[in-house]
Design a binder for this molecule. Structure first.
Ligand SMILES: [Ca+2]
Ligand SMILES: [Ca+2]
Length: 121
């Protein structure tokens, strides 16, 4: 019974960790939130008028293959993916949501995907 409860508790903690979302905020010079960057690679951007009223809000969604997490797909993502494949970059410092083939890591599939997309192949 104790083993089963331990297993269930471990599963509950694992599920909690999987669904956790981390949000990183940036602020403008007046202390207003200018961006909210979610760990799922969704980016919220906010703009304000001169007296501090929010005048626009935009959402940038996860871009498949966006290895560096800047919400764009370009050659820097391909280079980063190739560096990860060759072991020159710590894979823990990349946007894991860029994974396109559900391997939970960045590999040659992402590098090829990025090069095909930016080359319109
Ligand atoms: Ca990118
Ligand atoms: Ca992958």
């Amino acid at each position: 019974m104790k083993i089963i409860l331990s297993f269930l508790l471990f599963q509950l903690i694992s599920l909690t960790i999987v669904h956790a979302t981390v949000v990183q905020y940036t602020y403008d010079q007046f202390g207003q939130v200018s961006t909210a960057d979610y760990s799922d690679s969704t980016l919220q951007e906010y703009d304000y008028d001169a007296i501090g009223n929010r005048v626009s809000h935009s959402t940038l969604l996860n871009v498949p293959g966006d290895v560096n997490g800047d919400h764009n797909l370009d050659l820097s993502d391909a280079i980063l993916a190739l560096q990860i494949c060759s072991g020159h970059i710590d894979a823990g410092k990349i946007n894991i949501n860029a994974d396109i083939n559900s391997t939970e890591n960045i590999d040659m599939a992402e590098a090829v995907f990025i090069l095909q997309r930016i080359g319109n192949l």
